[in-house]
Design a protein around this ligand. Structure first.
Ligand SMILES: Cc1cc2nc3c(=O)[nH]c(=O)nc-3n(C[C@H](O)[C@H](O)[C@H](O)COP(=O)(O)O)c2cc1C
Ligand code: SF4
Length: 655
């Protein structure tokens, strides 16, 4: 008997039946082809979700209804009939796997981008969004009517191609911008009173409903709480609730899809795409408040990570369906696994692989599921030359290498000098800001045990230890270390920013700490918080133009919020040039000017790493014929996403 009766129970959605309550909500991938054409990769990815058992697959984040609107990172052009063959294929295959499918469709208003088209974006008014700052050309009343027809055209296209429905979203896009007095300064019947501001959204859903068949579903998406910290642009939460209830009562929609946060600025995004810094089930309470007042099914989304959390939401009648989008990216088989009682690879909410990459201009991957980038990893052929593989190092790269080699049938042994798996991920999980890495480590360690991988903990990474196993292949996953020659003139010993969180020193007379941040992601801010908390007065010098220059917009607000109590001084555009005694000389990378920081009591360095290759060099000398591969930081110091990705690919390629 499964514990997930509610989650796995079917329900009526309009005139259709959805097989369970698990929904993959619309999300962009960055995989569409030029011009907004749906790539095979994107279509196959969405079909895979249906194969894994999701009840409802919602597709294409922010797909455009009109050529004048597209996200800066691209969007599927639903207005383009060239997409029809792919839409038909998707409908056929997703239905064959038993899921319903609904596509999001939108006009992004002033959140669009003119960077690709060189055509001004169209919006409610000329007032820009705080973050994107695009000034739009206000849509005339006649253009609004044409735009409504565009929504209708797209809905009819989806219906024609066999789709179950459309999701019209307001969430951070044109319809929501009409509601928002921060943007909407119109004096016509689309501005002013709430009734007027709601007019456009209501006209869209009414027109789409009138133009499509009774069994074609219409979902409407919105945020119930902005949390942007930008007071002038916030729609008050009570007004959002009024809007939600009114939209649900229009009679034109079949499902209300709600979440929290907004995309107009980074703090709003940090909630909408809540990372592991944000509490789970973020929208549960506000959704429950609306659920009590509407008759149509309510879908709630936002950091619902586990079957247990989903079951609890349904049991408390906070919603009828649960969006588990990143949960499904991390493990597309999650719905089926809940049914069969198998353990699920949880989304760890680090964000940097999926939404973090998207917002940094790269297509999505998943930090814990390398098959998102390389789907072939899910269907590996058994090796024709089964052999013995020794993996040295049980960090993320070594673990993935071991797993994928074992999946191909090899006998795998992992040698690890510590007494636990995880390497840098474990230090971070145990002492740093990302405890959720431990979930991944526990999951993969259990997987390796099932695959019969042998672990030798406390094992010296020596050539003797490796060769004693008579391996056919060796994977060097020994990680990286701080470059020893960092500021060698100094009598300050540079401490590794990665490791300092585990054992932060106490100030001894001099509490002045300098962090040289070349990594520009989480290591330096995390170290700064820990040191600040231990009484250090922290300065961070970075060659980039700002603190955490590589941190994406869903994470950076939380970094600032965490550091606010300690107020570290940040010196941008600065690299460490040299050191003398306990002083460090910084060079401004823009101007070449130098400045000194005297009397440093603690010098911490983040980044500036080198691969640990001692073992590799020894093995190459002792066994020149041996098949030796390098993965992760031992190959070249990079981030944990690179470690899981490369580990998986290398492990899969052995023999
Ligand atoms: C990579 C990525 C892209 C997204 N793009 C969109 C989008 O274009 N439109 C949208 O309404 N939501 C988008 N979302 C938000 C998701 O639909 C969902 O609300 C969010 O991921 C929170 O749900 P979760 O915690 O279950 O992942 C995106 C999410 C991710 C991870
Ligand atoms: S990249 Fe991270 S946050 Fe995104 S789905 Fe994968 S585990 Fe979750």
């Amino acid at each position: 008997m499964t514990n997930f009766q509610r989650v796995l129970s079917p329900m009526e959605l309009g005139s259709k039946t959805v097989r369970n309550r698990i929904v993959s909500t619309p999300h962009a991938t960055g995989w569409e082809l030029d011009g907004g054409l749906i790539s095979d990769r994107e279509a196959d990815y969405l079909i895979r979700k249906a194969k894994g058992g999701a009840g409802l697959v919602m597709t294409f984040g922010s797909a455009s209804v009109d050529p004048t609107t597209a996200a800066s990172y691209g969007a599927v052009a639903l207005w383009d009939e060239q997409n029809e063959p792919q839409l038909r294929r998707m409908a056929k295959e997703i239905h064959a796997h038993g899921s319903l499918l609904i596509s999001q469709a939108t006009h992004m208003g002033n959140r669009g981008s003119s960077k690709n088209t060189f055509t001004p974006v169209r919006g409610v008014s000329t007032l820009p969004e705080p973050d994107h700052r695009e000034v739009s050309v206000p849509l005339t009343k006649a253009e609004l009517q044409q735009l409504i027809q565009r929504y209708v055209d797209v809905a009819q296209r989806l219906e024609r191609c066999g789709w179950d429905g459309i999701e019209i979203t307001s969430f951070a896009h044109l319809i929501g911008q009409f509601w928002n007095s921060g943007f909407n300064d119109r004096t016509d019947e689309y501005g002013g009173s709430l009734e007027n501001r709601m007019r456009f959204g209501k006209e869209v859903v009414a027109a789409v409903n009138a133009a499509t068949g009774d069994d074609f579903l219409i979902s409407f998406r919105m945020s119930l709480e902005f949390q942007t910290k930008t007071r002038d642009f916030e729609i008050p939460t009570n007004e959002l609730k009024t809007i939600a209830v009114e939209m649900a009562n229009t009679g034109d929609i079949d499902m209300l899809s709600v979440t929290v946060g907004d995309a107009m600025n980074n703090p709003g995004l940090s909630v909408a795409m809540g990372s592991d810094f944000i509490p789970p089930a973020t929208a549960k309470e506000v959704a429950a408040d609306v659920a009590r007042e509407i008759e149509i099914p309510l879908l709630v989304t936002g950091r619902i990570l586990t079957g247990e959390a989903a079951e609890e939401i349904l049991a408390s009648q906070s919603a009828d369906l649960v969006g588990m989008t990143r949960a499904i990216i991390a493990d597309p088989d999650m719905p089926q696994k809940l049914a069969s009682g198998q353990s699920v690879r949880e989304c760890i909410g680090i964000n940097q692989g999926c939404i973090g990459r998207l917002y940094s201009g790269y297509p999505i991957i998943c930090s814990v599921n390398p098959a998102i980038r390389t789907p072939e990893l899910e269907s590996l052929e058994p090796s024709q030359q089964i052999g013995k593989v020794v993996v040295v190092g049980a960090g993320a790269a070594g673990l993935e290498a071991a797993k994928h080699a074992a999946k191909r049938g090899h006998e795998v042994v992992i040698l690890e000098r510590d007494d636990a798996v995880g390497g840098r991920a474990r230090i971070n999980a145990e002492h740093g800001w990302r405890p959720s890495w431990q979930k991944y480590l526990d999951y993969i360690e259990a997987e390796l045990q099932v695959l019969g991988v042998q672990f030798e903990f406390g094992a010296a990474a020596t050539a003797d230890a490796v060769l004693a196993h008579s391996p056919d292949s060796v994977v060097i996953a020994t990680g990286s270390r701080l470059r020893p020659n960092f500021l060698s003139n100094s009598n300050l010993k540079a401490v590794d920013g990665d490791r300092i969180v585990a054992e932060p020193p106490q100030p001894n007379g001099n509490n002045k700490a300098l962090i040289i941040d070349e990594e520009a992601h989480m290591v330096a801010p995390n170290a700064a918080e820990v040191l600040g908390n231990n009484g250090w007065d922290v300065t961070i010098a970075t060659p980039l133009q700002m603190l955490g220059g590589e941190i994406d917009s869903t994470l950076i607000p939380v970094v600032h919020q965490k550091l606010a109590p300690y107020k570290p001084q940040v010196i941008p555009n600065a690299r460490a040039l040299n050191a003398e005694g306990s002083a460090v000389v910084l060079e401004n990378v823009m101007t070449g000017e130098t400045s000194g920081i005297e009397d440093i009591g603690l010098l911490v360095v983040s980044g500036h790493r080198e691969s640990e290759t001692d073992l590799l060099e020894e093995l190459v000398q002792r066994a020149p014929e041996l098949d030796i591969r390098r993965v992760g930081d031992a190959h070249a110091p990079r981030d944990l996403d690179a470690a899981t990705d490369e580990g998986a690919l290398v492990g899969a390629s052995i023999g």
